[in-house]
Design a protein around this ligand. Structure first.
Ligand code: V47
Ligand code: SF4
Length: 376
């Protein structure tokens, strides 16, 4: 008899003096039953970190065993010139001291210069006023001509919303066009926080929550998988975090197209929200754990290490995380400009493998669709 079948885990929680309401929720989780929004809020409000860690670890283990994965990837950020003005953004030309727009040749040169062992390119950037869907479609075609086997995960729903709207196409037509050009999957950016009041306050100019969700659902229905993120640790309440998770869980019930959920910790340097204190490590781990418990239909939970730091990413492996994203190769500035501890994010495979092994997990290099490429 395993601990789960024997319900001994709730028994341990009673011994630990965990509140009765949480012991009841733990019982549900161990039986594979879904947590309600009210129960999600109770986990955030009353859950002590040790309790949440055990429960999230149980869910992680049931879904992913002892494997922790990573990918050899790199990013290209084509521009930081943006039509929007999100208050938390340190990256766009409004707040950053730099301003850039790469030419197609410069982008292709970056692709050509990458180590051929990289399997994924992540393209995301600002919403440039002068670029359209045909520019981005041609870019995909040219990248595929240079590296046909490279998986291109490109354009957040916010960039897609802008370029598709401008073209007069429907989301379905625009996404089908980009897929035909070489779009393989969509990153999770731009979700921020779905609650309309907070969204209006911190990023009122960008795509609505409804548009974000509709773009991802349409993409899934066209066979384009995607990720989902949430920007946490700013003005949002626990109930608003759970509302965000709930909206994602509902889409996933209908499509099954999300690969991973990625909580993104708010960083407060060089932006219009610098007066907000960054949340504690406890809060970070709580966020990972509750996400793992709540999103019972998401196969993977990712700690994006340039956002949370490599040491906390390692710790997050004990709070529900099974994916550490990638080697990155110092190709993104979104977090370094916002004050994250890694100013030049690059991790070698050896470092990644060591970090995972130290957490007593088996490192697995994956492709973008989570197929294993090599097992250490
Ligand atoms: O949407 C911007 C976030 C996101 C700040 O899909 C900030 O695999 C914290 O979505 N503090 C873009 N966060 C990055 C992104 C992403 C990253 C890695 C992997 C994947 C994936 C997606 O970065 C934005 C926003 O939520 N962000 N500024 C800031 N000051
Ligand atoms: Fe533009 Fe994205 Fe920054 Fe918002 S977060 S201002 S959409 S680059």
């Amino acid at each position: 008899m395993t601990g789960v079948e024997g319900n001994s885990i709730p028994g341990i929680f009673e011994f630990m003096d965990v509140p009765g309401e949480l012991v009841r929720i733990a019982g549900k989780v161990t039986r594979g039953e879904r947590v309600t929004p009210e129960e999600g809020v109770a986990l955030f409000e009353q859950g002590e970190l040790g309790f949440l860690g055990v429960l999230a670890d149980l869910v992680r283990r049931q879904k992913n065993g002892d494997k922790a994965c990573y990918i050899r990837n790199f990013h290209i950020e084509p521009t930081n010139i943006c039509v929007n003005k999100c208050k938390f953004c340190s990256y766009s030309h409004h707040f950053s001291k730099t301003r850039w727009e790469l030419t197609v040749d410069e982008i292709l040169e970056k692709v050509e210069n990458q180590d051929p062992s990289t399997s994924e390119l992540h393209i995301t950037g600002a919403v440039h006023p002068d670029r359209d869907i045909f520019y981005y479609g041609d870019l995909l075609k040219k990248i595929k001509a240079v590296r046909p086997g490279l998986h291109v995960k490109a354009y957040s729903a916010v960039e897609l919303d802008y370029m598709i709207h401008k073209s007069g196409m429907s989301f379905k037509e625009g996404l089908a066009y980009l897929k035909a050009c070489g779009l393989d999957s969509i990153p999770g950016g731009g979700a921020e926080i779905f609650d309309e009041t907070i969204r209006k306050d911190i990023c009122g100019m960008k795509s609505t929550s409804q548009a974000w969700l509709e773009i991802h659902e349409t993409a899934h229905n066209l066979g384009i998988p995607s990720n989902a993120t949430m920007l946490y640790g700013h003005k949002e309440s626990y109930a608003q975090r759970v509302d965000h998770l709930e909206r994602l869980r509902q889409v996933q019930d209908r499509t099954g197209g999300f690969n991973a959920f990625i909580p993104l910790k708010f960083h407060n340097s060089n932006n219009e929200m610098s007066d907000i204190r960054e949340v504690s490590v406890t809060e970070d781990m709580k966020m990972y754990a509750v996400a793992r418990i709540y999103l019972d239909n998401f196969p993977h939970l990712k700690a994006y290490w340039p956002a949370v730091g490599r040491m906390l990413a390692q710790v997050s492996l004990s709070f529900g995380v099974d994916d550490l994203d990638g080697t990155i190769n110092d190709s993104t500035q979104i977090y370094s400009l916002a004050g994250a501890e890694d100013q030049n994010p690059v991790m070698t495979v050896t470092e990644m493998v060591t970090l995972i092994r130290e957490a007593k997990r088996t490192p697995v290099e994956r492709d973008s669709l989570y197929n294993p490429l090599s097992n250490f």
